[in-house]
Design a binder for this molecule. Structure first.
Ligand SMILES: [Zn+2]
Length: 242
């Protein structure tokens, strides 16, 4: 259901705004690539690479800017990683991303066709790295040299902040390597998925997911039980006098 609200905001907001914008960019020859007059397949390949990189930057901002993290945290609240996680985004995050998407389209210079091609590439990458497909380790390592794999992205969904703040690439692994944010070699058995503060039952119910960005935010990385235990240590219950 949270996925449905996310999909709805893409259909209602992003596509009607961005596709006409791409038509305008094409007709006016705006953007870096439209002005170069490259052969189509070179231009289309560069569109994928540049959109992938600018999406890496957007993903970093989603984690680093508190106002954006309020929305993106809903995606990280999922307690299991599977293809449904790929579409469990808060509609607010998708709505806020529209101006960024518009800036990408204008600056890079996307046509309606190259925009659609990027959407297919992006959807395929996101579905793949959120899936619970378990490739043989040797295969996964080979694919991971170029593309973000489920094991690599699983580290990004870990409930440890230093692991969550790594592996921000969504398509090409290269961007994490370039920025020193690539983190591999974490044992899959040691990874727990989710955000510690939201681990209680009911944390992933639709209403809770929808209202979370608008509520006071918890200490994300503290487990609810630990918080209670630490509060008791700070303010010990004084036994009543006899
Ligand atoms: Zn993230």
């Amino acid at each position: 259901m949270i996925a449905a609200t996310g999909a709805l905001s893409v259909i209602v907001i992003e596509t009607p705004l961005v596709q006409p914008l791409a038509r305008l960019v094409e007709s006016r020859r705006w953007g870096v690539l439209r002005s170069l007059g490259l052969p189509f397949w070179v231009e289309a390949s560069l569109v994928i690479v540049l959109m992938d990189y600018t999406f890496y930057i957007w993903h970093v901002l989603l984690h680093r800017a508190p106002v954006l993290w309020r929305f993106h945290v809903v995606h990280h609240m999922d307690l299991d990683l599977d293809t449904s996680t790929a579409i469990r985004f808060h509609f607010g995050e998708l709505a806020i991303s529209v101006p960024w998407r518009a800036a990408q389209v204008v600056a890079i210079g996307l046509s309606p066709l190259t925009f659609s091609m990027w959407q297919v590439w992006f959807a395929a990458c996101v579905m793949f790295h959120h899936s619970n497909i378990r490739l043989p380790v040797q295969w996964e390592r080979a694919v991971n040299r170029i593309l973000v794999t489920p094991r690599m992205h699983g580290i990004h969904h870990s409930n440890k902040p230093d692991e969550t703040n790594s592996n921000w690439s969504s398509g090409l692994t290269f961007w994490d390597w370039l920025h020193g944010t690539l983190r591999l070699g974490v044992s899959q058995n040691d990874i727990e998925i989710g955000i510690p503060a939201f681990r209680g039952t009911g944390a992933v119910r639709l209403k809770r997911l929808l209202v979370t960005p608008f509520c006071p935010q918890p200490d994300y990385w503290r487990f609810p039980d630990t918080a209670k235990q630490e509060r008791n240590e700070l303010h010990p219950q004084v036994p009543p006098p006899d």
